[in-house]
Design a protein around this ligand. Structure first.
Ligand code: ATR
Length: 272
């Protein structure tokens, strides 16, 4: 039986084994999918071991998404641009790294939420690893404008410099957003993981605008609370992105596209 796994630390909370088991059942594929806890110091040795054991593919989660790139035999262009790898594909001699996170986000926004990105004013909050990873897929959708905002100007400015050839993007600080209006605001900061609400100017969401958080569960709550005060017509967590990035990885590995809608409904049920 073909073997797959997700590796990270911690890993027990991961929904990936459940999601991939659903995709396998739905598409009639025979495979196993494990969750393997791997400490940073054991990453290189574990990748070699799993390759030797015959694993066909791996998903990579925190804290390995950045360091794993250096251990890959080759890395896709989109993973290089994202500066992170979330999917490994077996080759005869090693691992090829790819990144399906951005594709997952765009598919969730456009398919599940039914929102358009093309021609819209889009704000990404947070110029860390997660923010960087979604810039190219968002720019590919041709928004009217993409603004990348941080607490300080330096990181947004540095990232915008790297991505400005790919589309209309400009840097900002959260404070300087006052007076701007956006149709879609995406939270890519880690503030929610410490239970902290972002300090943002009010009235930056246009009428009929939507808010999206890459996080889910408890980490989503502070941003969701802020979005409600801004009268967002849609406020979404990142569970759809999780399900869609997994579907994109499954399709790369197995050559068949799973149906994500029913799986997303199941993932939203507390027992999954
Ligand atoms: P990740 O890989 O999750 O993106 P990261 O690279 O450490 O993690 O980036 C976290 C992002 O969340 C950063 O943009 C960080 O802002 P700074 O660059 O100013 O540190 C942002 N962030 C974390 N806590 C925040 C808070 N309380 N308010 C605003 N932004 C916050």
């Amino acid at each position: 039986m073909d073997r797959y796994a997700v590796i990270g630390q911690p890993i027990s909370h991961s929904k990936s084994p459940f999601i991939h088991a659903q995709y396998a059942r739905q598409t009639g594929q025979e495979l196993s999918y494990d969750a393997i806890e791997v400490a940073p110091a054991a990453l290189e040795e574990t990748l070699k071991r799993l390759h030797a054991e015959g694993y066909r593919g791996l998903n990579i989660t925190l804290p390995h998404k950045i360091p794993v790139a250096k251990l890959c035999e080759s890395v896709s262009e989109r993973a290089q641009l994202a500066g992170a790898v979330n999917t490994l594909i077996r080759t005869d001699t090693g691992w090829r790294g790819d990144n399906t996170d951005g594709e997952g986000l765009v598919r969730d926004i456009t398919h599940h939420l039914g929102l358009q990105i093309a021609g819209k004013r889009v704000l990404v909050l947070g110029a860390g690893g997660a923010g960087r990873g979604i810039l190219k897929p968002l720019l590919d959708q041709k928004p009217a404008e993409l603004v990348l905002s941080g607490r300080n100007p330096w990181k947004p400015e540095e990232l915008v410099e790297q991505f400005k050839a790919l589309g209309k993007i400009r840097p900002a600080t959260h404070i300087a957003l006052k007076g701007d209006l956006f149709d879609l605001i995406i939270n890519a900061t880690s503030a929610g993981h410490s239970g902290v609400e972002l300090r943002l100017p009010g009235q930056i969401l246009a009428e009929g605008g939507a808010c999206y958080d890459l996080s889910y569960g408890k980490a989503f709550e502070p941003f969701a609370a802020w979005a409600c005060t801004q009268d967002a017509v849609r406020v979404s967590d990142g569970l759809g992105m999780l399900v869609e990035q997994a579907a994109a990885a499954f399709e790369i590995w197995r050559g068949v596209k799973p149906d994500t809608k029913t799986v997303l409904q199941r993932v939203r049920q507390p027992q999954s």
